[in-house]
Design a protein around this ligand. Structure first.
Ligand SMILES: [Zn+2]
Ligand SMILES: [Zn+2]
Length: 113
């Protein structure tokens, strides 16, 4: 299951957009458009603060993630549902990293295989 989609043309992270009753993915760089299969339920909107050593400034990068709700037990609060998504690493040698985020308290953890 691929949750994060990258643009086929330029490799940018595709941004989901709601359009009436369907969801499309739009590339912010080259405006490539793809139709999203599935639903936008479990959509997680995160803000990351990144330190770029080359610029010595704080860059706030918004990242949109589409996740699905799964049965998983939160290690923080014990709740039984979490959002799930995978991050594909660039290297083919490395496995996909799976993440969970508790629906109730927002705690995020990695899946350890
Ligand atoms: Zn693109
Ligand atoms: Zn929790």
């Amino acid at each position: 299951m691929t949750v994060l989609r990258f643009c086929e043309k330029c490799g940018s992270l595709m941004i989901p957009k709601r359009e009436e009753n369907r969801v499309i993915l739009v590339c912010p760089r080259c405006k490539n458009v793809e139709e999203l299969r599935g639903t936008i339920e479990g959509y997680v909107h995160e803000t990351h603060v990144l330190h770029k050593p080359s610029e010595k400034t704080i860059v706030i990068e918004e990242e949109l993630k589409i996740g699905v709700k799964v049965k998983a037990t939160c290690p923080e609060c014990g709740y039984s549902e979490a959002y799930y998504w995978e991050v594909q690493t660039r290297s083919a040698d490395e496995p996909t990293t799976a993440f969970f985020r508790c629906v109730r308290c927002g705690y995020t953890w990695r899946e350890y295989g």
